[in-house]
Design a protein around this ligand. Structure first.
Ligand code: N01
Length: 582
């Protein structure tokens, strides 16, 4: 279905409008939040900086962009009709198809009229006297809302390193996360790509097909597993659709929020031959589930060494030039940084016009008018792609001046790292919710499931407050501190906390080094959220109602009663269980 026109060029600023809720962002999180708010009869407005819905999938239009969770699971699960009626064409859907899906959802559920596009929220301040949020946009809107919901995305604030001389470069420079809508034709051009994370790994093979030469500037070598992407047959789709709810339920019960077969046996208990066989089979299945080959891979360095060596061996076989192959072999913990999933990435370096430049020891010195200089050598370029990632988890909050009680801004409060109770709200910022905020599974779970769980919890919470006649809800500082401490403690049981990844903010110099997502696994987190709700929003202060922290009259959104066979939420229990989070 073609999206209805947004047709908002002539929109006049809204001055003085009062909403029950303002949602910032119209990606998957903002869309579903709006749908729930409207279903509950709340008067809601969404502001979206982009010219359309889709968030990540609106902005990241670089060649090769596609999801790395299988499409049949990388989609909303709240509507059985939607599940049945939408057909994904490939195992991993390409960006245009995911964007079409987001547009379909916006139209199907009548969301578009409630979204103001091309409008960036620049500030949100809590008015303590009126107990509401006052929100301003770059289009001159000045509105108020009882609830302000940040649906701003975990990987949305592009990291554009301030390379010396960058303004002297004569050609275009594109960031993968802010890709031109009209596309970029690399035909006949000498292209440079900075970075070798997921965005680079997806785009490099395609850019190489067009460009006359391609130079890749690599700071850290990256592990990548083949996607083995393929067209989905009608028969396959039908098999899934025949019992879609069962698949969704199985997915929700998994630490990652998506379903794939994994092996709980420790790698260190297998013989070298068994390990090799298991890795080979997992490699042949491909994708993120490769990390589920054994149960201890993210917990025991010695176990991790075995999968890391297997992956390095693959690189050495795939890349013909031994020196290039060695440069492409990562020496860090396998899966410590987000694992990449590729189609022909390593093989691309066998092409005669593709060159790899190591910038790990001698960083990019400067841009010149005609290229990039490293270690005194100038690499001539016509066009540069910055696949340099994002100020993850907190960067999208930093772009908005968010002011809570006593004039404290969220950026000030989070100077030494984000602090949020359950990753949904932060003390001192009443009635402000954060969908997939730091301290929740978010990027360590299938994002759309993580979004749905948060949105449902928040919607149930707002309905409860309305029932109570309560004015505000916000975390109690002690409960928030305990949760932040717990998130930290749990992260230490995983090898994931040991490397310089964007999970810990280490991809950008000067950011605090804190493990930001919750690594304890999706079901255990969901159970904690359920308990907090059943206990009358335990850990939150509710003001303006006599009822206080009473069990809610609203019923918890039923599908989040996730079966769980672990009832102790502690780092030790999580370590013992070896939750395989990919
Ligand atoms: O960003 P990244 P991304 N000089 O941060 C390098 C999701 N995603 O956009 O590793 C030179 O991973 C940086 O080097 P280093 C997914 O969760 C999913 O690729 O910091 N290099 C790194 O190589 C993913 O993890 C998909 O040393 C510099 C690269 O730039 C996340 O988004 C697709 C540099 C950045 O890699 C982010 O991925 C795409 C500098 N000054 C993204 N600064 C799917 O498949 C940075 N780098 C669904």
């Amino acid at each position: 279905m073609a999206p209805s026109s947004n047709n908002q060029e002539q929109r006049q600023p809204e001055i003085g409008a009062a909403f029950d809720a303002v949602v910032v962002g119209a990606g998957f999180a903002g869309l579903y939040m709006l749908h729930r708010l409207r279903g509950l009869g709340f008067n809601a407005r969404v502001y979206e900086a982009g010219g359309g819905v889709g968030g990540t999938w609106y902005w990241n239009r670089y060649p090769g962009a596609r999801c790395d969770v299988e499409s049949m699971q990388y989609s909303f699960s709240f509507s059985e009709d939607l599940d049945q009626q939408w057909d994904w064409s490939e195992k991993y859907a390409p960006q245009p198809e995911i964007l079409s899906y987001a547009n379909h959802v916006a139209d199907r559920f009548g969301l578009r009229p409630h979204i103001a596009f091309d409008t960036r929220v620049i500030s949100a301040g809590f008015d303590e006297a009126a107990k509401c949020w006052r929100i301003e946009t770059d289009r001159g809107d000045q509105v108020s809302a009882k609830f302000c919901i940040m649906a701003v995305g975990c990987l949305s604030a592009a990291n554009r390193p301030a390379f010396e001389g960058i303004e002297e470069f004569r050609g275009p420079i594109h960031h993968t996360g802010q890709w031109p809508h009209e596309g970029v034709d690399f035909t006949g051009l000498r292209a440079g790509v900075i970075g070798t994370g997921s965005s680079a790994i997806q785009s490099i093979p395609i850019i190489a097909q067009q460009a006359s030469s391609l130079t890749v500037f690599q700071r850290t070598a990256t592990y990548s597993v083949p996607a083995w992407n393929q067209k989905l047959t009608p028969e396959y789709r039908q098999t899934i659709k025949a019992d879609y709810p069962a698949l969704r339920a199985k997915a929700r019960a998994r630490p990652t929020g998506f379903y794939f077969p994994f092996n709980m046996q420790p790698a260190l208990q297998a013989t070298p031959e068994e390990r090799e066989r298991q890795y080979e089979e997992a490699w042949e299945r491909g994708g993120l589930p490769f990390l589920g080959a054994f149960g201890d891979l993210l917990f025991e360095k010695a176990a991790n060494d075995t999968i890391a060596e297997f992956a390095r061996d693959k690189i050495r076989r795939l890349v013909q030039d031994p020196a290039t192959a060695e440069l492409l072999c990562p020496d860090n913990v396998f899966g410590c940084k987000r694992l990449c999933v590729d189609t022909g990435y390593f093989e691309t370096y066998n092409l005669p016009h593709v060159k790899l430049v190591d910038v790990s020891k001698t960083p990019i010195e400067r841009f010149t008018a005609d290229g990039i200089e490293v270690d005194g050598v100038e690499y001539p370029l016509d066009i540069v792609v910055c696949a340099t990632g994002f100020a993850a988890m907190t960067g999208s909050f930093d772009r908005i001046r968010i002011t809570g009680r006593d004039g404290l801004t969220l950026s000030q409060k989070w100077q030494a790292g984000p602090r949020a109770y359950l990753g949904v709200a932060s003390a001192g910022f009443p009635n402000l919710f954060m969908i997939t905020g730091p301290g929740s599974p978010s990027v360590l779970a299938s994002m759309i499931q993580a979004i749905e769980q948060h949105v449902d919890w928040m919607a149930d919470c707002m309905a409860h407050l309305r029932d109570l006649g309560a004015a505000t809800i916000e975390p109690k500082p002690q409960d928030e501190d305990d949760w932040v401490e717990h998130v930290n403690e749990v992260s230490k049981v995983s090898l994931r906390s040991t490397c310089s990844s964007w999970y810990v903010g280490a991809n950008i110099a000067g950011r605090p080094r804190v493990f930001m997502p919750y690594i304890g696994g999706f079901p255990i987190y969901v159970q904690k959220c359920n308990e907090v709700m059943s206990n009358g929003f335990e850990g939150f202060a509710i003001e303006g109602a006599d009822a206080g922290n009473q069990p809610p009259r609203v019923r918890l959104t039923e599908r989040w009663r996730v079966p769980l066979d672990m009832d102790v939420i502690s780092p030790a229990a999580i370590a013992a269980r070896r939750v395989p989070v990919v």
